[in-house]
Design a protein around this ligand. Structure first.
Ligand SMILES: [Zn+2]
Length: 381
């Protein structure tokens, strides 16, 4: 493997602008220089004329892809999802579960921890429990029979046992005992995320005060904005919370993405795929948490029409934000890399800046990923 790589010819999506006349030098797994290319460079030289180089995408909400799901809990499934994500420019992701029995969750988290120790493709940065502690009214595509109260001792024991693996737990803060759970999660070093919830504005504000840091898929499966009761959406738009956005142009109207961007800016919006088992596959029927979903090529739905997650890639989501939602390109890219990284406390990646990890996604003019680099090594070409 060459230890030095020079990328030339491509546009570079830097933190505040896209430039077209600079080269990117990679050394020792880090970005070593951004600027003029030297003619006598003796390492691995790649010309990406007509392409754009982004900081590698970080997806904090992934259920699966290519017929595999995190819930399968096998090394093969987790490796296949990691490789699939890497082919689409993702250089880190949170393995995301749906509501399930405690014993099953225990097995999944054991498998995730093992996969983190020997990564295939895009490394798993931890687990995101889109948990059992959700409101039935806003369960979305979550299996209702596995919803539990936030003080469920069996589940809490599993979460405590795997606290080093779990990064985010989505929960409904209006449930009895949710505030204690939020405080407990914070004490375990886990980020509480507000989602699948009928919470009022005041309840979200209280959850934020108790330590909640994020909102799961803004506007989807949560109490909307009313002019006398701003709800979860009004709280998410005004409080200092990270908010996930599914920018497949199906889950949210483009104007709603624009409103979210105007309210919160790129530093608080986290583009996520919420990608399902059917991602990367042709239209058809695929399983989610024991339920059948139908994928029409754009979005997956349950039999009753409930949207059940997306099949968007983060590269496509960035392009959607820039092309359809009036978000500047550099800001849209930050929402898929720098902001999710910062939201997980990772400061060594997410931007094309000298000294950052050389995690890169190279996209063609149509937004398709043609190459991915993780810590200076090509993982997909
Ligand atoms: Zn999800």
């Amino acid at each position: 493997m060459p230890s030095r790589t020079l990328l030339t010819g491509a546009k570079l999506c830097l933190p505040s602008e896209v430039v077209s006349d600079a080269a990117l030098l990679i050394e020792g797994g880090r970005i070593a220089a951004i600027g003029a290319a030297s003619a006598d460079f003796d390492g691995d030289r790649r010309d990406f004329a007509g392409h754009t180089v982004y900081a590698g995408f970080i997806d904090t909400h992934v259920h699966g892809g290519l017929e595999h799901d995190v819930m399968d809990a096998t090394p093969e499934a987790l490796a296949a999802i990691g490789q699939h994500l890497a082919r689409h420019g993702v250089t880190g992701w949170l393995a995301t579960t749906v509501a399930c029995p405690a014993a099953q969750l225990d097995a999944i988290l054991t498998a995730v921890a093992r996969a983190m120790a020997s990564p295939h493709g895009a490394p798993i940065l931890g687990a995101h429990l889109e948990s059992n502690f959700l409101a039935a009214k806003y369960k979305g595509a979550q299996p209702a029979e596995h919803l539990r109260a936030p003080d469920d001792a069996e589940l809490l024991a599993v979460i405590e046992r795997h606290k080093a693996t779990i990064r985010v737990v989505t929960l409904a803060p209006e449930l009895p005992g949710a505030m204690q759970l939020i405080a407990q999660l914070v004490a375990w070093g886990i980020q509480p995320s507000i989602g699948h919830t009928d919470a009022t504005y005041d309840q979200v504000k209280a959850a934020h005060g108790a330590g909640a840091t994020r909102v799961t898929h803004l506007c989807n499966a949560q109490r909307g904005l009313h002019h006398r009761e701003p709800g979860v959406v009004g709280a998410a738009l005004t409080l200092d919370l990270y908010a996930e956005v599914i920018a497949d142009l199906q889950h949210l109207h483009p104007a709603v993405v624009e409103i979210a961007y105007r309210c919160k800016g790129a530093s608080k919006l986290v583009l996520v795929s919420d990608a399902l088992r059917g991602t990367g596959l042709p239209p058809g029927e695929y399983e989610l948490g024991g339920q059948r979903t139908t994928l029409d090529g754009r979005v997956a739905k349950l039999a009753d029409g409930t949207i059940a997650g997306s099949v968007v890639t983060l590269g496509r989501a960035v392009a959607n934000c820039a092309e359809a939602c009036n978000v500047p390109w550099a800001a849209a890219a930050a929402m898929a890399a720098a902001t999710p990284a910062r939201s997980l406390g990772l400061t060594d990646r997410g931007e094309l800046v000298v000294g950052q990890r050389a995690d890169l996604a190279v996209l063609d003019a149509g937004g398709a990923c043609v190459a991915t680099m993780i810590e200076g090594l090509w993982v997909s070409r």
